[in-house]
Design a protein around this ligand. Sequence first.
Ligand code: GDP
Length: 197
Amino acid sequence: MIIKTAEFICSNTDFKKCPNTEISEFAFIGRSNVGKSSLINMLSKNKKLAKISAKPGKTQLINHFLINKEWYLVDLPGYGWAKVSKTKKEKWGDMTKDYLLYRPNLDCVFVLVDSRLEPQRIDLDFISWIGQNGIPFAIIFTKCDKLSKSKVQSSVALFKRTLLKDWEEMPQYFVSSSADGTGGKEILQFIEEVVNS
Ligand code: GDP
């Protein structure tokens, strides 16, 4: 898929106010600082579409972008920040969980995981939760340029072994780098196949 247009549509705190549900939607989520904004900008070939923030947990909104006038890319608030109050965290949970549970046109949630880190409890718990709720998802291992190819492979293998304690098979996954573009083509191809299916 070639991205010809990427337009910001709206930001919401309430999923019921999100735009029409007639077109396919793909959401991106992960721990703060995992590289979500950078990946969205890399995929959309727009350096400014999602803001790359120095302060983790800054984006607390559900952001909709219309891609090629054909599908929505949704930037969800990051989870797992330390410096945010409990009330804010609870608000994040309610808002994001409602969106994930009740958005009828959500075709896939991409859960971003930092390829440099050992499997993190917070990511595993989140993956369990979306799996238990039957929400379609795929995993994206980010920042792979920071590791050698073999280190990326062993990091993914460790994540697989950890997940397979609870899952029968490894979900669809991608390895990406916003710095060198790795994985962009594959992720967009996957989206294109779902949009056209
Ligand atoms: P977000 O909080 O998940 O949206 O993360 P950002 O996209 O703001 O990125 C957090 C930090 O990681 C920034 O300093 C980025 O420049 C850096 N970063 C993000 N993606 C990559 C990547 O693929 N490779 C490298 N080397 N750095 C990255």
